[in-house]
Write a protein that binds this ligand. Structure first.
Ligand code: NAD
Length: 257
């Protein structure tokens, strides 16, 4: 079966991993819906560039993934989808007793609750089409923990749990739900952590990358957005039709430690 002509909605896809996934799906002929909350000319330009480069339909829809009603509206405005990639996510690092409440609430809303709302809205459309793929971008932090990332680790573990429930509720249909658990991928989200990490440990940024950020990634190399995109394409393929309710780590050996 070809993925050509299927439609995918990728949340938070104007940058980083989401954009990488959108491009790899478009490369397979999938029509893509690009999303962020900012609604700039650049956001619309990203969709146009994908349409031009891959010969697919690519549209931009603004929706704030911290708001449940906007998550659901994104799915309805797109007319549903065959492939739902829950990718939007943010990070904040602080000890739990100093963790700002508004950061906790935002991380839980964007990184976890949004997947509940989009999945709930998308499943009826997938059932009508008798085919669907839900791909949740969790994290190595959906399987393990690090200090100072309480909200992120909580949200990502929650997403892994939600993935299993969705898989069980759709097990007898041609719908699967899985989570990809990347280790460190070089994206703006990680870039933003490098200067602070270097400052905190009194290191150069290069040393901070190898000794601190990639400390737990045995390969000592970042995963790429193309690799996460390729893993998403695999999960949408016929070969993965019986893979459901599980996680795939793309983490250079992190979770083998
Ligand atoms: P990024 O900052 O490059 O991209 C995040 C995307 O989410 C952007 O398109 C942004 O516009 C969007 N976004 C943020 N808040 C939003 C909101 N309220 N509504 C709609 N869109 C919103 O980040 P990334 O590194 O590409 O991360 C993408 C996902 O991958 C996240 O869920 C992240 O937790 C996960 N992840 C990243 C890494 C990594 O090393 N980069 C590792 C594991 C998991």
């Amino acid at each position: 079966m070809t993925l050509k002509g299927k439609t995918a909605i990728i949340t938070g896809s104007t940058s980083g991993i989401g954009l990488g996934i959108a491009k790899e799906l478009a490369r397979q002929g999938v029509d893509v819906v690009i999303n962020s909350f900012s609604n700039t000319a650049e956001d619309h330009g990203i969709a146009k560039e994908i349409a031009d480069n891959f010969g697919v339909t690519a549209t931009y829809i603004q929706a704030d993934m911290s708001k449940g009603d906007q998550c659901r509206a994104l799915i309805e405005q797109a007319g549903g989808c065959d492939i739902l990639v829950n990718n939007a996510g943010i990070q904040h690092v602080a000890p739990i007793d100093e963790f700002p409440v508004e950061k906790w609430d935002a991380i839980i809303a964007i990184n976890m609750n949004s997947a509940f709302h989009t999945t709930a809205a998308a499943l009826p459309h997938m059932r009508k089409r008798r085919w669907g793929r839900v791909v949740n971008i969790a994290s190595a932090h959906g399987l393990t923990a690090s200090p100072f990332k309480s909200a992120y680790v909580t949200a990502k573990h929650g997403v892994v749990g939600m993935t299993k429930v969705v898989a069980l509720e759709t097990a007898k249909e041609d719908i699967t739900a899985n989570a990809i658990c990347p280790g460190y991928v070089h994206t703006p989200l990680v870039d933003a952590q490098i200067p602070d990490t270097a400052k905190k440990y009194g290191m150069t940024e290069e040393e901070a990358i190898e000794k601190v950020i990639l400390e737990r990634q045995p390969s000592k190399a970042f995963a790429t957005v193309e690799q996460i995109g390729g893993t998403t394409v695999f999960l949408c393929s016929d070969a993965a039709a019986q893979i459901t309710g599980t996680t795939i780590s793309v983490d250079g050996g992190w979770t083998a430690l």
